[in-house]
Design a binder for this molecule. Structure first.
Ligand code: 3HC
Ligand code: NAI
Length: 699
C-alpha cells in the first residue's frame, strides 16, 4: 500500500508509504486519490489528515520516474493537488522530517498545515535543473511572502520548519507540533478543531505582491544571473515567481508549467538529474549486499604527517573521530600539527569555524612515534613516501601491531594495492583509500579494491566516506586507478597539441571555456610537473613504443616544476596563483616543434576540446571493459568531484552520451588519421565501438 487509509473517530488519516522518502510516483498518486475519494464519500469522516510514514513526509516527485511515461500518467501530481483543493472536507497536511519539492507543493494545496519541529522544508527542483512544477512557484510566495519564497526556490536549500514558522505574516504553517512523536495526535486534534470551518481556506486565494515590484525583480535577476552562469533554471525560477505577482493564480500556474517542461528537456537538467542518481549509485557495489555487517570505526590512526596525512586526519577530526598520527621523528609530527592548526585557524579567522569547535577538534588529535600505540585503532591509513620499500616496512609493522579486524588502508596514488596487501598476513583487511589533495577539501575518494579485500571492509569504508562527507567511488587495481589513468591520456593529448601548433594558453583557454575548472597546463603547474615527469620515466621504460610529446620533459629539465618553483608552463608571483604566460616557454615549444620538422597549424578550440575530452572517454571505456569501474556513472563522479569537469555537462560519460557515441567514434576515426597523434590510441575501445554501433549510451 503506497497510501494507507485509516479512520480515527471522525478523522481520516492518509499515510504515504513509499520508502525511502515517499516519492510521489504513480502508485502513490493513485493511492492518495483513492483515499481522498473514500474519505469524501464516508459520511462519518469530517476532516482528512495527510502524513508520511518513515523518514519523510515526502521527498517530492519520484525522480526515478522522470523521463518515463508513468510520470505523466493520470492522476499526475497536478490532478492530485486539484483534488485536494476541491475536497469538500478540510485536508490537513501533517509534515515532518523531509517535506520537499512536490511534497511541499502537495502540502501547500491542503487547507491547513501542521509541522513537526526539525522538518527540512525545501523546493529543491533547481538543483535538478528544474523549477517547482506543481504550483510551488505560485503558492509558496503567497504563503510565505515573495522574498523568502524566491530565496528558497532559487537556492533549493532546505529551511527548518521552526524557522519558517517564525517569519512574520507567514501562512505556510498554521500550527507547529510540540514534537515529531506528538505530530500525528496533534494533527488529528487540529483537524477536529477546524472540521466545521467554512469556507475552506486555500493558499491560491492569498494575495501575492512585492512592494518594490519591478525594481525587486530586476535586482533578483542581476543577483541570480551572476551566480548561475551555465545553468538556465535559476533565472527561470525568478520569471515564475514574478509571474505569481503579476498574474491571476491560474495564469501563473500555466507560466510555471511551460517553464518547467522546457527546463526538463535541457541538457543541464539531464546532467543534474544524472548526477543525483550517480552520486547515490556510487555507494552501491554490485556484489556487496546493502545489508553487509559493518566494522565499527571509532578511532583512526594515520601514518605520515605530511601533505596528505595532515589533510586526511582533518577529515576525521571534523567528523568527531579521534585520530592518532605516527611519524618517524618528533619534528615531522610537530610540523604536521602546526599545518593542521594553521588550516583550522584560517577557518576561524574567516568565521567559518567557531573557536570552541576548533579546540574540540584539536583535542581529538594525538601523536606518537611508536607503532605499539596504534594497536587499538579501528582503521589505519598510511600516507608515507610513495616508495614500495617504505610501504613494505610500514605494512609489516602494521601487521605486527594492529588488532585483528582493524582495516589497513593505503593512500598510495600509483602503487599496486595487491602488492601492498601481500606484505601482511591479512590481505582481506587491506584497501586503498586514495584521497585527493588538499585532502581536507577535495570531495573525491577513490576506494581501491584489492583482489582479496573483504566485502565488509568495502561496505565499511563506503559508509565511513559519507560520514566524512566524501563521494567514494570504487576502483579496481590498475596503474592510476580510474582518475589518473584517464588523465594520463588527456595530458598526452595536451602534449601533441603543443607539438602541432598550440600554446599552453590556447589549450587551457579552450578547455576552460568548455567548463573545466583548469586546463591541463595550469593543472600541471598546480600538481607539480615533476610528478608527471617521474611517471613518464617509468611508463616509457615499460612501454618504449608509446608515443608522447617530449615538451613536458624539456620543461622539467629547466627546473620549471610549476607553482612550487614559481615557474612551470607559466610564471607565478610568490603568494599568488595567477598564471602568467612565459615567452621562453613558448619559444621552447616552437624550437622543439621545429626540431621535429613540424609546420605549426591553426587548431580550432573545437578540436582541442574534442581531443582532450574524447581521450578521457576512450580510456574510460577501456576502464569499464577491464572491470576497473563497475559503472559509467562512477567515472562521471570521479571527474566531477576530483578533476573539475563541468557540472552542467554531467561528467565525461554523460557528455559523450549527449553528443552521441556515434559522433564521438567518428571524431576518433578522424583523429587517428593525424600522423602526429597516436593512431593506436584513437582506435575506439571495443565497448565504445559496440555501443555506438547499437545506438546505445554509456549510462
Ligand atoms: N524520488 C525518488 N527517490 C528519491 C527522491 C525522490 N524525490 N529523493 C530521494 N530519493 C531516494 C534516493 O535516490 C535514495 O535512494 P537509494 O536508497 O535507492 O539510493 C534514497 O531516497 C535516500 O536518499 P539520500 O541518500 O539522498 O538520503 P538522505 O536522507 O541523505 O536525503 C533527501 C533525503 C533529503 C530527501 C534527499 O534524497 C533529497 O534531497 N532528495 C531530492 C529531493 C528533490 O529533489 N525533490 C524534488 C523532486 S522534483 C519535483 O518534486 C518536481 C515537482 O516540482 C513537480
Ligand atoms: P609528504 O612527503 O608530504 O609526506 C610523507 C610523510 O611521511 C612525511 O612527513 C614523512 O616524514 C613521512 N614518512 C615517510 N616514511 C615514513 C615512515 N616509514 N613512517 C612514518 N612516516 C613516514 O607526501 P604526501 O604528498 O603526503 O604523500 C603521501 C602519500 O600520499 C604518497 O603515497 C602519495 O603518493 C600519496 N598521495 C599524494 C597526493 C598529493 O597530491 N600529494 C595525492 C594523493 C595521494
Amino acid at each position: 500500500m503506497t497510501a494507507e487509509y485509516k479512520v480515527h473517530g471522525d478523522i481520516a488519516l492518509i499515510t504515504l508509504n513509499n520508502p525511502p522518502v515517499n516519492g510521489l510516483g504513480y502508485a502513490t498518486r493513485v493511492g492518495i486519490t483513492e483515499a481522498l475519494a473514500r474519505a469524501n464519500a464516508d459520511a462519518t469522516v469530517k476532516a482528512i489528515v495527510i502524513t508520511g510514514a518513515g523518514k519523510a513526509f515526502s521527498g517530492g516527485a519520484d525522480i526515478k520516474e522522470f523521463g518515463n511515461p508513468k510520470a505523466l500518467q493520470q492522476p499526475n501530481l497536478l490532478s492530485v493537488i486539484l483534488m485536494i483543493e476541491n475536497s469538500t472536507k478540510p485536508v490537513i497536511a501533517a509534515v515532518h522530517t523531509v517535506c520537499m519539492g512536490g511534497g511541499l507543493e502537495l502540502a501547500l494545496a491542503c487547507h491547513y498545515r501542521i509541522a513537526a519541529p526539525g522538518c527540512s522544508v525545501a523546493l529543491p527542483e533547481v538543483k535538478l535543473g528544474l523549477l517547482p512544477g506543481a504550483g510551488g512557484t505560485q503558492r509558496l510566495p503567497r504563503a510565505l511572502g515573495v522574498e523568502p519564497a524566491l530565496n528558497m526556490i532559487v537556492s533549493g536549500e532546505p529551511v527548518k520548519s521552526e524557522m519558517l514558522a517564525m517569519l512574520p505574516g507567514q501562512q505556510l504553517f498554521n500550527k507547529m507540533a510540540v514534537s515529531l512523536e506528538s505530530l500525528r495526535d496533534e494533527a488529528l486534534a487540529y483537524a477536529r478543531s477546524v472540521a466545521d470551518v467554512r469556507p475552506l481556506p486555500l493558499v491560491r486565494n492569498l494575495p501575492c505582491k512585492h512592494p518594490q515590484g519591478d525594481a525587486y525583480f530586476e535586482f533578483a535577476r542581476n543577483m541570480v544571473g551572476g551566480m548561475s552562469k551555465n545553468f538556465p533554471a535559476p533565472l527561470k525560477c525568478v520569471d515564475a515567481v514574478e509571474s505569481a505577482t503579476k498574474n491571476k493564480f491560474e495564469a501563473g500556474v500555466l507560466v510555471e508549467r511551460s517553464l518547467f517542461i522546457n527546463l526538463m528537456w535541457t541538457p543541464e537538467s539531464r546532467a543534474l538529474r544524472h548526477i543525483f542518481m550517480a552520486q547515490r549509485a556510487a555507494s552501491k557495489i554490485p556484489d556487496v549486499p546493502s545489508d553487509t555487517p559493518l566494522r565499527a570505526i571509532n578511532s583512526v590512526a594515520v601514518i605520515g604527517a605530511g601533505t596528505m596525512g595532515g589533510g586526511i586526519s582533518m577529515n576525521f577530526l571534523n567528523a568527531g573521530i579521534a585520530v592518532k598520527m605516527l611519524e618517524m621523528k618528533q619534528e615531522a609530527l610537530d610540523r604536521g600539527i602546526a599545518t593542521i592548526r594553521k588550516n583550522y585557524e584560517a577557518q576561524v579567522k574567516k568565521g567559518k569555524l567557531k573557536q570552541d569547535k576548533y579546540e574540540q577538534r584539536m583535542s581529538l588529535l594525538s601523536t606518537t612515534l611508536s607503532y605499539d600505540d596504534l594497536k587499538g585503532a579501528d582503521l589505519v591509513i598510511e600516507a608515507v613516501f610513495e616508495e614500495i620499500g617504505v610501504k613494505e616496512a610500514v605494512f609489516k609493522e602494521l601487521d605486527r601491531v594492529m588488532k585483528p579486524g582493524a582495516i589497513l588502508a593505503s593512500n598510495t596514488s600509483t602503487l599496486n594495492v595487491d602488492k601492498i596487501a601481500s606484505f601482511t598476513q591479512r590481505p582481506q583487511d587491506v584497501v586503498g583509500l586514495h584521497f585527493f589533495s588538499p585532502a581536507n577539501v577535495m570531495k573525491l575518494l577513490e576506494v581501491v579494491r584489492g583482489a582479496k579485500t573483504a566485502k565488509d571492509v568495502l561496505a565499511t569504508v563506503m559508509v565511513l566516506a559519507k560520514k566524512i562527507k566524501k563521494t567514494a567511488v570504487v576502483s579496481g587495481v590498475c596503474d592510476g586507478f580510474i582518475g589518473n589513468r584517464m588523465i594520463e591520456q588527456y595530458g598526452r593529448q595536451g602534449g601533441f597539441l603543443l607539438d602541432e601548433g598550440c600554446t599552453p594558453v590556447q589549450v587551457d583557454k579552450a578547455i576552460e571555456k568548455f567548463g573545466f575548472a583548469m586546463g591541463p597546463f595550469r593543472m600541471g603547474d598546480l600538481a607539480g610537473n615533476d610528478i608527471g615527469w617521474a611517471i613518464r620515466k617509468r611508463r616509457y621504460l615499460e612501454k618504449p613504443d608509446m608515443k608522447y610529446s617530449k615538451t613536458a620533459d624539456l620543461l622539467c629539465e629547466k627546473g620549471r616544476f610549476g607553482q612550487k618553483t614559481g615557474a612551470g608552463w607559466y610564471d607565478y608571483v610568490a603568494g599568488k596563483r595567477d598564471a602568467i604566460p612565459n615567452a621562453e616557454v613558448v619559444k621552447m615549444i616552437e624550437d622543439h616543434r621545429a626540431s621535429l620538422g613540424i609546420k605549426p597549424r591553426k587548431i580550432s578550440d573545437e578540436e582541442i576540446v574534442q581531443r582532450l575530452v574524447y581521450s578521457l572517454v576512450n580510456e574510460a571505456a577501456h576502464i569499464l571493459e577491464d572491470g576497473i569501474a563497475s559503472k559509467a556513472s562512477d567515472i562521471d563522479m570521479v571527474y566531477l568531484m576530483g578533476y573539475g569537469f563541468p557540472i552542467w555537462r554531467g561528467g565525461p560519460m554523460n557528455y559523450a552520451d549527449e553528443v552521441g557515441l556515434f559522433n564521438v567514434v567518428q571524431a576518433m576515426h578522424r583523429f587517428a588519421q593525424n600522423p602526429l597523434d597516436d593512431a593506436r590510441f584513437w582506435q575506439p575501445a571495443p565497448l565504445l565501438a559496440k555501443l555506438a554501433e547499437q545506438g546505445k549510451t554509456f549510462n
